[in-house]
Design a protein around this ligand. Structure first.
Ligand code: ADP
Ligand code: MG
Length: 354
């Protein structure tokens, strides 16, 4: 049983389904309009809010450009659901030969490898064979959804970023084993950054960009009012506000990961879509959701996934030692409550400053 349940997700099944995420907490009413673009991409939805438009470009054209950009990043480049995407061709491509990549693919894999290094392998895009075997990828779900120990061991032999040799100068990648890359844990964030770059190139400085719960925010709403993103309560029912924080005009990226939207249960065990590349199994710690504020949405996205894998204790220790702004929500099963904890860097964003 898969409990992911957002309607648009069923229609747009290109990437992994449903995301832990953010809502926009609207406390203020302003008469000035906010221009909005909405649509579907990467197996989820996107929403872009702009306060002012460039005089040279009507909203309709802007919207077309954004749609084309997202289509390219998703369908043509980073989707494992499209058999002819650049990533699918890379995954099917030869072992031991240099494969030429697009600039975007080089960049996203390079960013992914940085986070793999930083998190000691908790985030690893080569975890794809296991994501697929556990039924969270593009392959049809099997009746025996839980793999045997031997199957896991065989798949783990194909997992590990040491099997990738990326040459970021020449835009080439050499696979040293029959690996399968899954970018679902970073591609949405990367796409948010690309949309932000595009808007910035047009001189737009007040915006809210959201793809499947990964955000980039800059500037203010009309009337100099701060964007107020809300952390979603980690439950699989309709979105509810768990806590809010304040961007205060700063340019920030925010990403969340959780175990409560994309999972299945069998014999009373909860199997979520975050896979531990060490064990080859879905994570089983008590972390329900984790939220990262960082400079880029790609890094925030990947880090959020990594912290889900690491769990609250070692995740918190790493986040604090790296000076990262991270908010952890754990489940206290005995008391039936959520327990929140955030790093000192996150404090800044919990103060309204008003
Ligand atoms: P969400 O869709 O909730 O934003 P994430 O950003 O955490 O989720 O990405 C989860 C997806 O990343 C999984 O569905 C899977 O495709 C992939 N994934 C799972 N485990 C890992 C991992 N350890 N490292 C990298 N990617 C992973
Ligand atoms: Mg992620």
């Amino acid at each position: 049983m898969n409990t992911a349940s957002r309607p648009q997700i069923l229609l747009l099944f290109l990437f992994a389904v449903a995301a832990a995420g953010f809502l926009l907490y609207d406390r203020t009413v302003s008469s000035a309009p906010i221009h909005e673009m909405r649509g579907g991409t990467m197996g989820t939805s996107y929403s872009i809010k702009l306060v002012d438009l460039p005089s040279t470009l009507p909203l309709e054209q802007l919207s077309k450009d954004v749609t084309a950009l997202l289509h390219r990043l998703d369908r043509e480049q980073m989707s494992t659901y499209a058999a002819d995407s650049e990533l699918s061709r890379l995954n099917a491509g030869p072992v031991g030969e240099d494969i030429v990549l697009s600039a975007e693919m080089t960049q996203v894999i390079s960013l992914a490898l940085d986070v793999t290094g930083l998190t000691d392998g908790a985030f690893d895009v080569t975890v794809g064979p296991l994501v697929n075997r556990w039924g969270f990828g593009p392959e049809d779900r099997r009746a025996d959804r839980i793999p045997s120990k031997d199957e896991i061991a065989a798949l783990l032999a194909r997992v590990g970023s040491h099997h990738i040799a990326l040459d970021a100068q020449r835009n080439t990648l050499r696979k040293n084993a029959d690996i399968y890359i899954d970018l679902s844990g970073i591609a949405k964030g990367y796409a948010v950054d690309k949309v932000a770059d595009y808007l910035e190139s047009l001189g737009i400085q007040n915006y809210f960009i959201e793809i499947g719960g990964e955000l980039r925010i800059r500037g203010y709403k009309p009337g100099n009012v701060s964007w107020v993103p809300a952390i979603e309560k980690p439950v699989d029912t309709a979105p509810q506000v768990h806590n809010i924080f304040y961007a205060r005009g700063e340019s920030i990226a925010v990403a969340g990961s959780g175990d409560y939207r994309n999972y299945f249960e069998e014999d009373g065990v909860h199997y979520s879509h975050e896979i531990d590349p060490q064990t080859g199994k879905p994570v089983t710690n008590n972390l329900a959701g984790v939220y990262v504020i960082d400079q880029t949405a790609a890094r925030a996205d990947a880090l959020a996934t990594a912290f889900m894998v690491m769990g609250a204790e070692s995740g918190f220790a790493l986040a604090e030692s790296q000076g990262l702004a991270v908010y952890f929500i754990t489940r206290d099963e005995e008391r039936g409550v959520f327990v929140d904890r955030h790093t000192s860097r996150f404090d800044h964003y919990l103060q309204s400053g008003e």
